[in-house]
Design a binder for this molecule. Structure first.
Ligand code: FES
Length: 238
């Protein structure tokens, strides 16, 4: 189950700090704060940028939230932002989850970071799989390189992935081994009870203009990552 789309709002915010790991603190009204996996569309005041930028939740922060990288280089502390959101479907940690795998397939695990607290609060073990280094990972979380992905995937009862649209095929190729094994063609790779996938792509309009830039073909059907995702149920994609 994914987090449903919340009523969308417009408002203003401000980038107040950029951390060493490229995450940034954003001040904004509480009703604009996205859930893990959801995003805001942000446009900086006084810039010529024609396109808004999707900004994802990474962690809680006073009077706003900590946003995942990478934000435009032109955004510096003090930058005022026009914000619209929260947008899209986010993650939902199932109540049965006791072995949680957070897998950042090709970039920073920052967009998955917000799930750590939720999982630990329900006494789950959490393993973060990523080749990117990130500050601020609680000691209770085990960190593994991407090389360990299939082992951790088999261990978990709930797994989430963060992957760019252009790398979905590569991820599918790896997971397909598991699918074949479940069908009996190969030996035992067994997937978790539930998995979700955050698919990253440019999302300039956030479904407002139906621009199609974020389109994704799933089983011969077009889906818009900006509104049908960005978090999809694993089985619906693979
Ligand atoms: S970003 Fe325009 S339709 Fe998705």
């Amino acid at each position: 189950m994914r987090v449903n789309i919340s009523p969308m709002k417009n408002g203003q915010g401000q980038l107040t700090e950029i951390y060493l790991d490229s995450r940034a603190q954003i001040l904004c009204p509480p009703q604009l704060i996205p859930a893990p996996g959801q995003y805001l569309l942000a446009h900086a005041f006084g810039t010529n940028d024609p396109l808004a930028v999707p900004v994802f939740f990474s962690d809680s922060a006073p009077n706003g939230f900590c946003a995942a990288p990478y934000l435009p280089l032109a955004w510096t502390p003090g930058t005022q932002l026009n914000l619209r959101g929260p947008l899209g479907h986010g993650f939902s940690v199932p109540i049965f989850a006791r072995k949680v795998a957070l897998i950042a397939f090709d970039e920073s695990p920052a967009r998955l970071h917000g799930l750590i607290d939720i999982a630990l609060k329900q006494d789950a073990e959490v393993v973060l799989v990523s080749n990117a280094v990130m500050d601020d990972i609680p000691e209770a979380v085990e960190v593994q390189p991407l090389q360990a992905m299939t082992d951790i995937y088999q261990w978990a009862d709930y797994a989430v992935f963060d992957v760019a649209r252009e790398n979905l095929l590569q991820l599918k190729e790896i997971i397909r081994v598991g699918d074949q094994s479940r069908a009996g063609a190969l030996s035992a790779l067994k997937g978790p009870r539930e998995s979700q996938v955050l698919v990253r792509a440019p999302m300039p309009c956030g479904a407002l203009a139906e621009c199609g830039v974020c389109a994704l073909t799933i089983r011969h059907e077009w889906k818009m990552i900006c509104k049908d995702g960005p978090v999809f149920d694993f089985d619906s994609i693979f």
